[in-house]
Design a protein around this ligand. Sequence first.
Ligand SMILES: NC(=O)c1ccc[n+]([C@@H]2O[C@H](COP(=O)([O-])OP(=O)(O)OC[C@H]3O[C@@H](n4cnc5c(N)ncnc54)[C@H](OP(=O)(O)O)[C@@H]3O)[C@@H](O)[C@H]2O)c1
Length: 316
Amino acid sequence: METIELGGTGQLVSRVAMGGSPIGGHGWGDVDDAEAVAAVRRAFDLGVNFFDTADVYGFGYSEQVLSRALGRRRREVVIATKFGVRWSDNAKPWKDISPGYLRKALDASLRRLRIDCIPLYYVHWPDGKTPIVDTMAELVRCRQQGKIRWIGLSNFSAEQVREATSVTPLQALQVQFSLADRLKAAELLPLARELGATLVTWGSLAEGLLTGKYDARSTFAGDDRRRRYDNFRGEKFAENLRLVEGLRRVARALGRTPAQVALRWLLDTPDVGCALFGAKRPAQVEENVQAAGWRLSAAEYQALKMQETPIERKSA
Ligand SMILES: NC(=O)c1ccc[n+]([C@@H]2O[C@H](COP(=O)([O-])OP(=O)(O)OC[C@H]3O[C@@H](n4cnc5c(N)ncnc54)[C@H](OP(=O)(O)O)[C@@H]3O)[C@@H](O)[C@H]2O)c1
């Protein structure tokens, strides 16, 4: 497995890392628990040692399934989890990164994950009111208490990230980045290099779209988030399907699958550390981990880079 040092820590993590949003079983259509557990175990067996989750995925369930699937191995791998999105009893989410909520959320994640210390703890999203320096100061206290080892920010702007590092260095930055969604990563890639933090991409497969299995006739079950995502609607969806055609051509020539090429494109992008993939089944894991261990040629990389969708170009 291809590895990289996590943000100057000396800890090696797999560059292809497993995301735990789908295994949380909420908002992804049908998810079978036994298959989800088998998927996590297959990832571990294939050399993945970096597992990403968040307390809000499945409202706590993703952390529980991940812990159950890993069993004793949960202490051997690097588990990253996040806090900052609360939820009500009727599953209505809202953002809160206040120090008081952080302490509660952290203890709850430790309980669900059944570990004493969270290797990598992210602030999930800005909440629009808590100064990030206050959250960071509380994270430092949690680290001093031995409850977390490393700190990351997810979905923060470059300016907010800089402000946060006035309190303590960061080991990871997480951002939405894929062939279909490139805008948010643009300012964070050079910043990650400057700060020595590992940049981790989410939505790397644009929620499954870049696997090439969806087309204009695809439909999604009631609670499936893809019913409301722009990538699957209107003009952006049509553009994405054209992008997938280009991806398919490159993949065919390489004897790879579109998912593998889409993930590889991220890994070959300068300053990308790790690409997360979500998966519900072992077969998806088996396919995705084969994005590791090879490279696109400069011409192949460039050909895919040029396929930026017009909507992305317009908003840049
Ligand atoms: N920081 C954040 O705010 C944030 C936000 C979102 C996600 N994340 C993290 O990033 C991870 C990855 O993002 P994601 O899970 O949202 O989306 P993703 O990796 O882009 O897509 C995951 C979905 O694509 C489909 N898929 C994956 N591999 C496949 C394959 N080889 N063949 C066919 N279908 C395949 C599966 O769904 P179907 O089978 O139903 O198509 C899977 O659930 C998450 O799990 C989470 O850990 C973080």
